[in-house]
Design a protein around this ligand. Structure first.
Ligand code: ARG
Ligand code: ZN
Length: 458
């Protein structure tokens, strides 16, 4: 469906002519400047990089209807006559590029945009979209769900690995990180929470309340958070770091101990991994039919009352996953292995079993009880294995085996250097192996090959 108002035809013909003129510099199908996502070949878009999303959502919990405006600041990495964005479902009603109405069409999870004037390589540009509808859930290759969930008192949006495109038109790959300003307008009486700092809360003439959140640090789209629901939004701080926490009233009691330990966990992880990467923190606990928690940037969400070890895990992701992000999804070990090992090490340092004991117990399990060796964590093979037990368990065992080989100080030095050198960026497993070799001064390629890439018990 291509929607062009007659008044726009003139500009689009001009666009076509201009495009022909620029054809040599702006080939129709530019080569991808980084390899596509092997697990989600339809995710992500060529030819630009996003620097900022300015999102304005208006949500009606009663009908489930979302009305959205999305302003994307991007830079062309090649000449662009056309480009696309990821968006699942929803009805797009307007698209403009640099203030000029643009042609657009839909298809297979995309909004395809033809700007009135082609964009030159290297140029910054902005895209404004309006769309509305009832956003959907997304079923993952492993059968789990993400995307937009209606809850009894509002909604929850979680997006790992690809669900954010259920409500946000975006470049939906972890490689393309951007700052986010998300404002959410909801009826009075419910709260609306997102990533980063609460910039303002404003009651409109209509009686609705607009909540404006800002996450200035680069964020992968899958880490965007929307939570709408009842509860008390509690503001606090960890030293100078402001925190905002919203817990569903039904889960307040059961969550209290774990949620209250966030400051201690942030301090402890900052001590071992270096300064907390973001300028806000907090937690969201909501009743949603999700089986997991998610490390949404600066403010993880728990779809159940978490225990302390889960908070340790999601908080560790703020360094490993959120600040240092995956180059591509098959690198998932860099997130889950690291967050799981942090749980073990935290327990060890707080009077629990040592990580080595946990490792030894797992390592000696009889073959009949070891669902965690395959697929090897460095090579999950398919999207449905992203969150396989082996990603977490064998993934954490890999770091513990490394610790056993090179010693605790060198392992911690590697993890800290990793968090520092790639802060706010993206990195892959090869770079981690190179860093481990460099920091430890030991040749570790054989070790990593065995632990990360070979099937079966290493
Ligand atoms: N990253 C989350 C964690 O900390 C898991 C997310 C799982 N997502 C999914 N769609 N199954 O463990
Ligand atoms: Zn995790």
């Amino acid at each position: 469906m291509l929607i062009v108002s007659p008044a726009r035809r003139a500009t689009s013909v001009l666009a076509l002519v201009t495009a022909l003129v620029f054809a040599a510099a702006a080939p129709g199908a530019p080569a991808p400047e980084h390899p596509a996502e092997p697990f989600f070949p339809r995710g992500g878009n060529r030819g630009y990089e996003v620097s900022h999303y300015g999102v304005s959502l208006d949500y009606q919990p009663r009908s489930g209807l979302l009305d959205a405006r999305d302003v994307i600041e991007a830079r062309a990495t090649t000449g662009l006559r056309r480009f696309s964005l990821d968006l699942y479902g929803l009805k797009v009603t307007a698209v403009s590029v640099d203030g000029e109405p643009a042609q657009y069409s839909r298809g297979r999870g995309k909004v395809k945009v033809v700007p009135a004037t082609p964009i030159l390589a290297g140029e910054p540009f902005s895209v404004a979209l309006r769309y509305h509808g009832v956003p959907r859930k997304v079923i993952d290759p492993d059968g789990s769900t993400e995307g937009w969930y209606r809850t009894s008192d509002g909604a929850v949006a979680v997006g790992e690995p690809v669900g954010t495109a259920a409500w946000l038109a975006c470049d939906n790959v972890p490689r393309d990180k951007a700052g986010f300003d998300i404002e959410i307008t909801v009826p009075a009486g419910v709260k609306a929470v997102s990533n980063g700092r609460l910039v303002s809360r404003h009651t409109l003439k209509s009686g609705q309340v607009r909540w404006s959140w800002s996450e200035p640090h680069p964020m992968a789209t899958y880490l965007a958070l929307v939570d709408i629901g009842a509860g008390k939004l509690v503001q606090g701080h960890v030293g100078k770091l402001p925190t905002w926490t919203l817990v569903d009233p039904r889960l307040v009691k059961a969550s209290r101990a774990a949620i209250d330990s966030l400051p201690e966990i942030i301090r402890w992880e900052s001590r071992i991994y270096g300064p907390y990467p973001f300028s806000a923190a907090g937690s969201v606990v909501d009743v949603a039919n999700l089986q997991y928690a998610l490390e949404t940037q600066s403010r993880p969400i728990y779809a159940f009352a978490p225990n302390r070890t889960t908070v340790v895990h999601e908080t560790a992701h703020q360094w490993f996953g959120d600040s240092v992000s995956l180059e591509r999804w098959p690198n998932i070990w860099l997130n889950e292995g690291f967050a799981t090992w942090t749980q073990w090490y935290f327990a060890e340092q707080h009077g629990g079993r040592s990580a080595q004991q946990v490792f030894a117990e797992l390592y000696r399990r009889p073959a009949s009880q070891t669902g965690f060796w395959n697929p090897p964590p460095g090579h999950p093979g398919q999207a449905k294995n992203l969150f396989a037990v082996s990603t977490y368990v064998r993934g954490a065992m890999t770091l513990q085996a490394l610790r056993d080989k090179i010693g605790t100080p060198d392992l911690l030095r590697i993890l800290r250097t990793w968090a520092t050198e790639h802060r706010y960026g993206n990195a892959d497993i090869e770079e981690f192996i190179a860093l481990a070799n460099r920091v430890s001064g030991e040749p570790l390629r054989g070790f990593f090959h065995r632990w990360l890439f070979e099937r079966g018990k290493p």
